[in-house]
Design a protein around this ligand. Sequence first.
Ligand SMILES: Nc1ncnc2c1ncn2[C@@H]1O[C@H](COP(=O)(O)OP(=O)(O)OP(=O)(O)O)[C@@H](O)[C@H]1O
Length: 318
Amino acid sequence: MSAPDSRTEAAPRGAATETVVALDGVSKRYGEVTALDGVSLEVRHGEFFGILGPNGAGKTTLVEIVEGMREADSGRVTVFGQSPWPRDIALLARIGVQTQASAFFARLTAAEHLRTVAALYGMAPEAAKTALERVGLTEKADARIDHLSGGQRQRLAVATALLNEPELIFLDEPTAALDPEARRELWELLRSLRSEGRTIICTTHYLDEAEALCDRVAIIAGGRVVALDTPRSLIRALAAPTRLLVPADKVSPEAALALTGVDRATVQGADLVIETTVPNRVLPALGDLVDIDSVSVRTPTLEDAYLSLTGTGSEHHR
Ligand SMILES: Nc1ncnc2c1ncn2[C@@H]1O[C@H](COP(=O)(O)OP(=O)(O)OP(=O)(O)O)[C@@H](O)[C@H]1O
């Protein structure tokens, strides 16, 4: 079973159509800067919703407006059917916001930090213990925060968002600056939150993260939504080619271009890069020219879709 399908099955039955967050024509200016320019989107119950975009695209402004930390200049915003502005205590109780690791009380232990945050929100200290368990940090309860690894610190950041058992969680670059193993472990944790039926809105700069975790992704550029769909549909809609890499000294560009279904063939360093939208047809023919084990296949990724949509250029292309 494919990953997106298993994510869909994990949502509570019938809940996926219920709207948790709705924005309609939301705009926000800071003086001369237009940070958001008529943004409309909906996040459904149980979704893992990604917000992607280059620096300065308006992601933080968008999230802060939904969290009730900023007021939109125009347009309509609802969270669980209510306006998040002015801040509403009843609404806040249903929302969890991941604190930035830099916002920790660094000299406290993990448990002390969570108990402090719990107290600020009027919650019982037991909430701290439960949240630590939930993110797999019970063993580190008495370790000082400045002695935790980067991955453990990010887990603690997620734990702060879980203290009030929220239905809607905001994550801000949850795996920034983590090594690959720690990222994957954190992804597992985030998937488990989603499988509990919570709705998650997550900003990220990492396209592989959006592809691995998100049910749908909004790509923001210049304060506008330039695309909104499942990662798979975004990739498909752009019909980005599959790239087949073969050693450049084994096949010439001319020989590759003569094969049916090959759109482009260019030498890049030691590789001949063959672009095709029908790799299943090209691969067997390529096997007649070169040992098939020497061919590596690069399927299009969300990165290809993203670079094309945000116009951030072909210089990033493989
Ligand atoms: N408080 C502010 N005052 C003035 N301009 C601001 C303010 N906050 C953001 N901006 C500007 O609004 C635009 C959108 O900023 P925003 O922080 O929402 O983008 P972002 O997508 O979150 O960027 P990043 O990925 O770099 O965090 C940018 O041009 C930014 O410089």
